[in-house]
Design a protein around this ligand. Structure first.
Ligand code: NHR
Ligand code: GAR
Length: 218
């Protein structure tokens, strides 16, 4: 076996953001230990604080504003061209707020994941924390899933749940959930990086666990 065959190639990822990028920060902080390298961070918003986090970690950044495109498809085509320049093994949505077209999602089938702030299949879409409160839920949380055409409907890989306490507001709940997200997302990305995770026949498959893996954080 040659040296190049015996050393596994490090998993390259590209992260898409729209905002604060605290999940991006968690991914940056765990990259070395998790066995992956973040090759680029792309934002559809020029003022996203996550761009500053990436720059501080010496990760190349790009801004592609959806406002400069006439259609969703035109934006998505340019976004895919940009992403593919970095030849990622995995594309990670981390607080990315644009719905992606079918052709984009299919181009990255099995190598595109998202973290969503609810216990999917409950509460796809936006405003999840307020909706969980309004429905009188006892549990809430976050889910990581493979992205498919169906919004927040792709196969769930792992979830973390938190208890909703009397007196919780959408803000307090968002903070509790986000803390769990920061542990959950690097764990799932490292599973993928280590070759333990894949999507097949519309399901998430781990080489040694039954998925979705659901942990109650309290
Ligand atoms: N695209 C596809 N095809 N499938 C998914 O599962 C996707 C996706 C794109 C993003 C993230 C998702 C989330 O975790 C995600 C999953 C944005 C919206 C939304 O309504 C909904 C869900 C998610 C992301 N976006 C509005 C839009 O018109 C814009 C809202 C805004 O800019 O604030 O794109 O929640
Ligand atoms: C996170 O809670 C993430 O789950 C959610 O936005 C927050 C982003 O925080 N994502 C979505 O709602 C996607 N539509 P961050 O920018 O600090 O990582």
């Amino acid at each position: 076996m040659s040296i190049s065959e015996s050393i596994p190639k490090q998993c390259s990822i590209v992260v898409l953001i729209s905002g604060s990028g605290s999940n991006l920060q968690a991914l940056i902080d765990h990259a070395e230990h998790g066995g992956y390298a973040i090759r680029a961070v792309i934002s559809n918003k020029a003022d996203a604080y996550g761009l500053t986090r990436a720059a501080e970690a010496n990760i190349p950044t790009s801004v592609l504003s959806h406002r400069e495109f006439l259609s969703r498809e035109a934006f998505d085509t340019e976004l895919a061209t940009l992403i593919d320049q970095f030849e990622p093994d995995l594309v990670v949505l981390a607080g990315f707020m644009r719905i992606l077209s079918a052709s984009f999602v299919n181009h990255y089938a099995g190598r595109l994941i998202n973290i969503h702030p609810s216990l999917l299949p409950k509460f796809p879409g936006t405003n999840t924390h307020q909706r969980a409160l309004d429905e009188g839920e006892e549990l809430h949380g976050a889910s990581v899933h493979f992205v498919t055409e169906e919004l927040d409907g792709g196969p769930v890989i792992a979830r973390r749940s938190v208890s909703i306490e009397a007196g919780d507001s959408a803000e307090s709940l968002a903070a509790k959930v986000l803390e769990q997200e920061h542990q959950l997302y690097p764990m799932v990305v490292s599973w993928f990086a280590n070759g333990e995770l894949r999507m097949a026949d519309g399901r998430a498959i781990h080489s040694s666990k039954t998925l979705p893996d659901t942990v109650h954080a309290g």
